[in-house]
Design a binder for this molecule. Structure first.
Ligand SMILES: Cc1cc2nc3c(=O)[nH]c(=O)nc-3n(C[C@H](O)[C@H](O)[C@H](O)COP(=O)(O)OP(=O)(O)OC[C@H]3O[C@@H](n4cnc5c(N)ncnc54)[C@H](O)[C@@H]3O)c2cc1C
Length: 249
């Protein structure tokens, strides 16, 4: 068995005042907001599943904070892109929908990174729209020779994205309406149909908390996959604002 060293690093939390440079649709329900500003200097995000805190105005005027993935940081251009999955309600989603060039916004972090090495024989990335920025970034950053399978649940074919990568990537897109985003059915059906590759694999899961838990349990029970080689997180919770559930053992 190869030794795979998954390491965690901590960063000093830095708050940054930035400005919106551009807002563009990636797909009909995924909005990319690109930020810039002199305070981006020194920004660092070591892992595709890092998150930053985004500070946005709440309904009562209080500042709310929400977790978002640094989708693409371009140090040379001085820009940071964040992809927002559109859903019915919530101050972060509302902020992104109304964002326009020149708007000010504050971010903090990332405060830490989990570094998953490229030493595994294969990688299985499972997630919903909120996990798509992290999954896309990991696929794009993968080295030549890496073998990646992604299972991503979205509302329909219009929400599929293309990723430029050197890796050997197989994309499995599954569909369900937004109202069923808290149900694991389509992901579990795709997993049940999937023949796992030979060798040692790393599985990463992020979705609504109950969905991520059900997917994790399905993989543990039906495949006997080693727990230390699976990382599952609830990226949101149905009916609860600002929820993050790390399902690690
Ligand atoms: C580590 C991490 C990284 C993340 N990265 C991203 C990212 O890059 N892009 C992204 O879009 N999201 C990402 N998320 C998820 C995002 O933080 C949540 O969806 C967040 O709740 C959105 O904030 P909001 O203000 O829009 O809604 P909130 O005020 O938090 O929630 C309001 C209501 O909307 C519901 N809700 C929240 N999210 C969704 C959803 N996606 N679909 C349906 N209902 C929802 C809640 O259950 C609640 O009832 C990430 C979460 C984590 C933990």
């Amino acid at each position: 068995m190869t030794e795979h060293r998954i390491t965690r690093i901590r960063h000093e939390i830095v708050r940054r005042q930035l400005v919106v440079r551009e807002v563009a649709h990636v797909t009909p329900h995924m909005l990319r907001v690109t930020l810039e500003g002199s305070e981006l200097a020194g920004f660092s995000s070591a892992s595709a599943d890092d998150h930053i805190k985004l500070f946005v105005p709440g309904a009562d005027g209080e500042i709310e904070r929400r977790d978002y993935t640094p989708r693409r940081y371009d140090a040379a251009a001085g820009t940071l892109a964040i992809d927002f999955a559109m859903h019915d309600a919530g101050p972060a989603t509302l902020w992104a929908l109304q964002a326009k060039a020149g708007d000010a916004v504050e971010i903090a972090g990332p405060r830490g990174s989990t570094l998953i090495p490229w030493s595994f024989d294969w990688y299985l990335l499972v997630g919903d729209e909120t996990a798509l920025p992290s999954i896309g970034r990991r696929i794009e950053e993968a080295p030549a020779g890496a073998r990646i399978i992604s299972i991503i649940a979205v509302t329909g074919p219009d929400e599929r994205q293309m990723f430029a990568t050197k890796a050997e990537h197989s994309a499995i897109w599954v569909y369900r309406p937004a109202a069923l985003a808290d149900g694991p059915g389509v992901m579990i059906a795709a997993l049940a149909d999937l023949q796992f590759p030979e060798g040692e694999g790393l599985i990463w899961v992020a979705a609504e908390a109950k969905v991520a838990k059900a997917v994790k349990q399905h993989i543990e029970h039906s495949r006997g996959h080693l727990r230390q080689w699976m990382k599952a997180s609830g990226y949101w919770m149905k009916g609860i604002a600002d929820a993050h559930d790390q399902l690690e053992d």
